[in-house]
Structures are given as C-alpha cells and as structure tokens.
Design a protein around this ligand. Structure first.
Ligand code: SF4
Length: 311
C-alpha cells in the first residue's frame, strides 16, 4: 500500500510535480487550497457576492460547483447559483441537462436553463445541417458565450464561474502563442471587468485535469453515459494537449510554469479602462457595430433564405 506523505493513510493520488502521495482527506484539502488561492486572486469575494456557475454537464464544472458550495458554506453573504445552456444537440445535450439537474439538486443550488431555440430561434443541430452557414462548433461556441453572459447578467451575478482547469488554461496559453495572438492572452485575466460583461472566474485554473477528474470520481460528480458532443472540432487543441502532456511527463510542473508565465504577463499590463462599443442590434458589448452573435444569426438567416430560393 502506498501511504499518504502527510498522514500515512492509503494514498489515492500521486502528484509528480510536488512529489507527494495524498490520501482522500489531504487530496481534498490540497485541491480546495488551490481553488481558494485562485478565488482570492479575483478579489470578488472580499465582500458579499452572487456567483453563477456555468454547468456544462461535465466533471470539471460539477467539481467547481461542489468546491464553491463547500468553501462558502458558512458565508451568508455569498450566493451560489447554477446555469446551463441547451444548444440543441440531440443525442448529447438532453443527457447532460439531466445530469446537471441532478447535481444542482444534490448540492441544493438553484438552476436556470436557457436554450438556443428559445433565445435565438435556432439550434446547433440546425446550423450543422445547413450547407452555407458556419461550422457548428464556431456557431455554438460564440452563441453559448453570449447566452451565458446574458443569463448571468439577468440573474444579477457578480461573477460567472466556469470549470476550466489547469490543463485547459495551459493549452489556451500555448495555443495563443502558437497562433501569434498575444492580445488574446489578456482576455484570460481572472475576473476581468468590462462594462456589460459579467466577470469570469475559473476556480479550477490551478487544478490539473487529472486531479479534477479524480476529485469528481471520488465525490460522485463524474457524469456517466453522457458521451461527448458529436460536433467537437478541436484538432489543434488536441495536438497541443498531447504535446503538453508528453512534456509534463518528462518535465513535471510545465503546466504550472505556463500559468505562472501568463500571470507575469498580465501583471506587466494592468487592466485598462477599455470601453467596448455596443452592438447596434442586441446592445451587448462588442468591438464593432455588430457583435459576433448577431453577425452569425444574420449569416444563418441569409443562408436559410438562399436555400429556400434554391428549392
Ligand atoms: Fe458546442 Fe462545439 Fe462544445 Fe459541441 S463541442 S457543445 S458544438 S462548442
């Protein structure tokens, strides 16, 4: 039996980067410490706050919700809510919605569900079958972000928490460098404040994926039989993921180094008082006259009209 380096109980995980074997109790304490550290850096919880957690139906967002509930159990000035988006993906989303409802029920968190169909009059499945509009994943990603922000704003949330873990964050940093898009790095600033945008926080940004998965498994937060989205198209991210995992194996701590590097870059450029424009159609903050979501909806409407004319 491999023993915990802190208490001699049976270890359930080995952290190569720290050289520690940890038992369930010390593993949970370590994970919650990392979450607390990330939350402290956002400075959102110094006084009371209402936080909406975006449940995706996966293990990470369920773990994030569980941790937030646990950490703020005694803070009566902190309110935790959950929200889910139904993008309209048959064979995938209905199971994950059911799973999200179960988790929210179990953790006694009020859940709000919004759908593309009701909010935008179109689903990701419909976009996927149309021949002229966008790729389903591009459409879905943009519309999902918009709807999450709008819903969190309607809920009066001071922050929108997502389940992004250390691996996700390190991959994004590296991807942005590989694409030469350094400007995008600044969008990763935790709790970034922009008018009209609910500040985003990532409680698991210092928690490796393996640890988030182990936590979800040992706390019955791991979704079962939910499958994965049929449209997932992340070829480049997958390559980066494989490369980073290989590197982490031979150089433990690489993912943390990438995150530390990002934090140093963010420190060097303090948040600016950037005032975004407002979309002339929906009023959401954006960089030009029309926001990306309205452009996409317009493109799809155009594509629909074109194919109707062709018939
Ligand atoms: Fe939407 Fe793409 Fe995610 Fe599927 S993988 S839910 S299409 S963003």
């Amino acid at each position: 039996m491999i023993k915990c380096d802190k208490c001699q109980a049976r270890a359930i995980i080995y952290q190569k980067y720290s050289g520690m074997h940890l038992c369930p109790t010390h593993f949970e304490a370590d994970l919650l410490r990392k979450v607390r550290e990330s939350l402290r850096e956002t400075k959102i919880f110094a006084k009371g706050a209402r936080v909406a957690v975006a449940l995706s139906g996966g293990k990470d967002s369920a773990t994030a919700l569980y941790c937030l509930k646990k950490i703020f159990a005694r803070r009566r000035d902190v309110e935790i809510l959950a929200l889910m988006i139904d993008e309209g993906i048959e064979g995938y989303r209905p199971h994950t919605l059911e799973w999200g409802r179960k988790i929210a029920d179990r953790l006694e968190v009020p859940l709000v569900v919004k759908s593309f169909r009701e909010e935008f009059g179109i689903t990701t499945d419909q976009v996927a079958v149309s021949r002229r509009a966008q790729a389903p994943c591009s459409f879905c990603g943009v519309m999902r972000k918009t709807l999450l922000n709008r819903t969190a704003r309607e809920m009066g949330a001071d922050a929108l928490a997502t389940g992004h873990n250390l691996d996700d964050e390190a991959q994004t940093v590296l991807l942005n460098y590989l694409r030469g898009d350094v400007e995008r790095l600044f969008r990763l600033r935790p709790g970034r404040v922009l008018p009209g945008m609910v500040p985003r926080i990532k409680p698991l940004r210092k928690v490796p994926e393996k640890e988030s998965a182990t936590f979800a498994l040992t706390h019955d937060l791991f979704p079962r039989d939910c499958g994965s989205c049929p449209y997932v198209d992340e070829a480049m991210r997958l390559e980066v993921k494989t490369m980073l995992n290989d590197f982490e194996r031979s150089h433990p701590g690489t993912k943390y180094s990438l995150l530390r590097g990002l934090d140093r870059v963010l420190e060097m450029r303090p948040p600016s008082g950037f005032e975004p424009l407002r979309c002339s159609r929906c009023g959401d903050p954006c960089g030009s006259d029309l926001c990306q979501s309205c452009r996409m909806l317009e493109a799809h409407a155009g594509a629909k009209a074109l194919s109707a004319n062709e018939k």
